[in-house]
Ligand binder design. Structure first.
Ligand SMILES: [Zn+2]
Ligand SMILES: [Zn+2]
Length: 143
């Protein structure tokens, strides 16, 4: 009983701390730090129970295994990195997309996933960094 509670807490904490939806394998890797010897079957069993109890929501992306995030998030979207395959939360929404529907159709919900490269995987040239001060001598500075 006590062991089960600890496993369950470690699994939930792993997802809470990641702040992004995790695959069962990612949950396992993170939760094992708290509960050595944790197995993937236990992770699956607890994920299922946490979803049933309304603590986690499954995140289903087309063609992907389910990931899991904490329940109770506001409406939001996801970004999947095409290089590392990780999924991140996107806390933005284009709003009402009714204008995209065919005439006469009524939109009740939408699902939106962005694909690209996360900041760890983006090539350095495309990283939006504040430009560094030019190292060369500045014409207006005199001693
Ligand atoms: Zn990435
Ligand atoms: Zn939205």
């Amino acid at each position: 009983m006590e062991r089960n509670t600890r496993q369950r807490a470690a699994i939930r904490d792993a997802i809470a701390q990641a702040e992004r939806p995790l695959l069962p394998q990612e949950v396992l890797d993170a939760a094992q730090q708290q509960v050595p010897g944790l197995g993937i079957a236990t992770v699956y069993r607890n994920l299922k129970a946490l979803v049933a109890d309304g603590e986690l929501n499954p995140v289903m992306l087309p063609g992907e295994n389910p990931r899991f995030e904490l329940a109770g998030h506001q409406h939001h979207h996801h970004f999947q990195c095409l290089q590392c395959q990780r999924v991140f939360d996107v806390h933005a929404c284009p709003g009402d997309l009714s204008r995209l529907a065919p005439p006469g159709f009524s939109v009740e919900a939408h699902d939106l996933t962005l694909y690209g490269r996360c900041k760890d995987c983006a090539p350095p040239a495309s990283r939006r960094r504040a430009p560094k001060a030019a190292p060369h001598k500045h014409a207006h500075t005199h001693d």
